[in-house]
Design a protein around this ligand. Structure first.
Ligand code: ZN
Length: 720
């Protein structure tokens, strides 16, 4: 791709002439340099003969604010403190004498393959409180000849409802500029810019479609910028400086850490990047206990099909139906509690409490989980309730509520978990909820991380005059210049609470919902077990959200809720189910109204999911073998697991009346081998086909009816 140095010259540069440390995995090698004023990632080597020079030195903060005055910083490299554990870790240490600060510039490889991570930590070793300006996580300025064509690839969050585009592929001509933002409250109202899952993939469209990717492991307000100008491709990743000006408090003895970022190199276009990144997320960010569980991803039955009407008789009926269907977890959604912020079972609905329901689920071989929006406070006054009028609680809220304020059915006023007293309270409250209700899974929802906060006695920067309080959905959302710093502290507190809870309850699963797909990022991937990827649950929305999200996150972590949908024919019913079966499957409909034929079809589909699909979803390589679903034409995804020699194609036919046939061109197979094709619904007789056909002209799938589907299983059948 970028022939700036030959690989041979680069190799000799590292071994013979240069003492520069190298951090490397089997996919990428980074040469680092500390000879200048600031440390620098000097050269990146990757597959496809990529050797790219980076011209951007790190921009270490030049000043801090102390007692309202700007104080310049002079950084000095403290070589004796450097830690070089070649090729797994390199830490360069810089210090400032006055103010007394220590900065660690760190690169590390936590797996033998995949990307390398980077972060900057700044410690206040002095005795005065000071204020740091924005410190970006990563600044790149690749030297790239203007003649090389480049593409920029990124995906949106499926928050609220996946948009018509979702997956973006931009041509990076001279002058190209792009900014993608991520937060926990993706505002996807009409006209608002869509938030992205915080990752960028940049590559050359010429074979072998090689390039680099980078992403942010943090759930607060972050952004990625990318621009091309002349011989440079610049990218900046880190906390979002908008709205600004950003500043963050550094107390004596305290430290600031930039959100950790990862940088990888790949070939094979976006799926090539994904098939490296997804296993890395599993291996490095994922919860080892979760991935050891062979039932992961689980099949779940969720109560939201009946909305807030959930009660004990319905729960017991759903447990019985779940067992009958082969479902593995019963999940009570909103509606079980006394009130918002009062996370105790409503005694009228659950006279025997929730532990009783959990125990019934366990007796029937099911796991048990619940929905909670645990950062919310409201008006309940019973012991244990978080009441907005309680002076102690009031100071945790992002803003006061008016005298006439009332919560919504399941939304109240948000408490800022970044306030230490609030964090301690919530840590104990989350533990109580998990213990008392015998939980195997905790789903958190709502706006767990505040958008801003008016309090001046919280650790974050105080509010300023640009603060706007907006009333929406029962909550006062605060939009403010301190939003990024509020999110910085709140996210760290949230991670702290979940890390503690995981330690105390090994095997407990965390579902990251956050208003359906708003918190889909690599920081929550490191602290939760699976994501609700969208808040719209029809087959097309489920497939679109999965199509987008699965480029960058493991399919097993991606939950689709399957809601009631009109299914006049059994083919439509299977199409509905399978649209939610490419990752984690959660049923969210009243299964008791199913016809015997639908019931049997669902039971068979769940059994097939568990025995054949789930192993491929967990371990297989994923290929997006169609354009993004539009509901009109055909779409599909392919899984192929080289270790097992097995795969599957999910094929979906859209609504277009005439399109009875579609040809799927597969990927990741060996042209010299043969493969057995098994059409699950019998839409074609089983046959074998050469790999050269499957990855060349492709193979046809016929479906008589619009809005139907087929699963085509692939098995390696040996040589030609
Ligand atoms: Zn606050």
């Amino acid at each position: 791709m970028f022939f700036l140095l030959s690989l041979a010259a680069a190799a000799s540069a590292t071994t013979t002439w240069s003492p520069d440390p190298v951090v490397a995995t089997s996919d990428i090698r980074l040469m680092l340099n500390a000879s200048g004023e600031a440390p620098r990632l000097a050269i990146m080597y990757g597959p496809g003969h990529q050797d790219i020079m980076n011209r951007a030195g790190e921009s270490l903060p030049r000043s801090v604010e102390i007692n309202g005055a700007n104080v310049a910083i002079t950084w000095q490299h403290k070589k004796e403190l450097d830690l070089l554990d070649d090729p797994h870790r390199a830490v360069f240490v810089y210090e400032s004498a006055e103010p007394h600060l220590r900065l660690r510039w760190e690169w590390f490889a936590r797996a033998e393959f995949g990307p390398i991570e980077h972060r900057i930590t700044i410690e206040n070793l002095g005795d005065k409180e000071l204020w740091l300006p924005m410190v970006d996580s990563l600044r790149l300025e690749w030297k790239v000849p203007p003649t090389i064509e480049l593409r920029s690839f990124y995906v949106e969050k499926g928050a609220d409802k996946p948009s018509d585009q979702g997956t973006h592929l931009d041509t990076m001509t001279d002058g190209y500029r792009w900014t993608g933002a991520s937060s926990t409250y993706a505002d996807h109202s009409e006209g608002a810019p869509r938030e992205i899952i915080p990752a960028e993939i940049v590559y050359s469209p010429a074979q072998p479609r090689a390039g680099w990717y980078a992403g942010i492991e943090f759930s607060g307000c972050t952004r990625i910028t990318l621009e091309r100008s002349g011989k440079s491709v610049r990218s900046v990743l880190g906390l979002n400086p908008d709205p600004g000006p950003f500043r963050t408090r550094l107390v004596p003895g305290g430290s600031f850490e930039t959100p950790t970022v990862f940088l990888g190199a790949f070939e094979g276009g976006p799926d090539g990047a994904g098939n490296q990144l997804r296993p890395w997320v599993r291996a490095v960010l994922g919860n080892p206990l979760t991935w050891k569980d062979e039932h992961y991803p689980l099949v779940v039955n969720n109560s939201w099909g009946s909305g807030m009407a959930i009660d004990e008789p319905l729960a017991l009926r759903m447990i019985a139906e779940s067992k009958e269907l082969g479902v593995e977890m019963f999940h009570i959604d909103a509606g079980w509690f006394r009130g918002v912020g009062d996370w105790y079972p409503d005694p009228k609905k659950f006279p025997h409490g929730l532990a009783y329901i959990a125990d019934e689920a366990h007796k029937n071989g099911l796991r048990f989980g619940i929905w909670v929006d645990w950062t919310q406070a409201a008006l309940d006054t019973e012991p244990g309730a978080l009441n907005v009028r309680d002076p102690r609680v009031r100071d945790w809220l992002v803003a006061d509520v008016g005298p006439d304020w009332k919560p919504e059915e399941f939304k109240g006023q948000t408490a800022d978990v970044g306030a230490p007293a609030a964090r301690d309270y919530f840590r104990a409250e989350v533990k109580r909820i998990v213990d008392d209700y015998h939980l195997d899974m905790l789903e958190h929802d709502g706006y767990l991380v505040a958008q801003g906060c008016v309090r001046s006695d919280h650790p974050h920067a105080p509010p300023d005059r640009s603060m706007v309080v907006k009333h929406e959905w029962g909550s006062d959302f605060v939009y403010a210049s301190n939003a990024t710093d509020v999110s910085y502290h709140a996210v760290r507190a949230y991670y702290d609470i979940y890390e503690h809870t995981r330690k105390e309850h090994p095997g407990l699963l965390f579902e990251i919902c956050n208003d359906g797909g708003r918190m889909v990022d690599f920081g929550s991937a490191a602290h939760g077990d699976y994501f609700s990827i969208t808040d719209t649950y029809d087959p097309l929305s489920n497939r679109r959200a999965f199509y987008d999200t699965s480029f960058v996150l493991p399919a097993a972590m991606l939950e689709s809720y399957v809601e009631k949908w009109t299914t006049p024919r059994i083919e439509n019913f299977l199409y509905m189910l399978r649209s939610g079966m490419m990752g984690w499957l959660t049923l969210m409909l009243d299964t008791s109204v199913w016809t015997p034929e639908q019931h049997q079809a669902a039971k068979d589909a769940v059994a097939l999911y568990k025995s054949e699909l789930r192993p491929l979803i967990r371990d297989g390589r994923l290929h997006h073998v169609s354009p993004r679903p539009d509901g009109v034409h055909w779409d599909g995804v392919e899984y192929w697991d080289p270790a097992r020699g097995k795969g599957v194609v999910f094929a979906f036919r859209g609504s277009a009346p005439g399109e009875t046939e579609h040809r799927f061109v597969l990927a990741g197979l060996d042209a010299r081998k043969r493969y057995r094709l098994h059409f699950q619904d019998g839409s074609a007789p089983d046959r074998t086909a050469p790999g050269s056909e499957l990855i060349g002209p492709g193979f046809p799938v016929h479906l008589k009816n619009p809005l139907s589907s087929e699963l085509i299983f692939l098995t390696s059948a040996g040589g030609k």
